[in-house]
Design a protein around this ligand. Sequence first.
Ligand code: VGL
Ligand code: ZN
Length: 194
Amino acid sequence: MQIKLTDKDVLIIVDVQNDFLPGGRLAVSGGDQIIPALNQYIGVFSAKRLLICVSRDWHPVNHCSFIPYGGRWPVHCVAGSSGARFPKNLELPPDVHIISKATLPDKEAYSAFSETQLYPLLQAFHVERVFLGGLATEFCVLNTVKDAIQNRFTAFVLEDAICAINQQPGDGLQAIADMKHHGARFICFKEIVI
Ligand code: VGL
Ligand code: ZN
């Protein structure tokens, strides 16, 4: 399949933050290996002056998803911390739109659409198709893709730019099947034509 980009397309990079990369507090094994592919997508979307959004997990220190507060995760992506920053080798353009999520202590939010400005932003730019990559496949990517489809966007998942935690073997593959079942299409960088 060849996919020609148009001005109704957006690139959404989900939660590529230091804490989710090797050495981080909730490291996704191999998570750093998607960065070169993401930089390629950023390159073509930038060259065509298309919208680029990046979401970030942006938790308060007492977030309910943290183990000390009864949640399932180690403390990670605390707002303003170095772990919450984007890695230096992710080549975000200066005009990238940053979407902070899961910012309230008592609410978990895996989807970048959850109580953020993402949907109105995409509406304002007349977006019809979303191209999504990032971390982690079976949590924030999965939930963002499902919400995108529910919000009537056509969703393309960047197969070469996602990575799973796989706490249980097969979690990532199951999430991919789930996204396909919901109508997401999976593409690789070589299928993009400018
Ligand atoms: C995520 C676990 C906890 C994610 C966020 O971005 O996929 N996973 N918080
Ligand atoms: Zn989180």
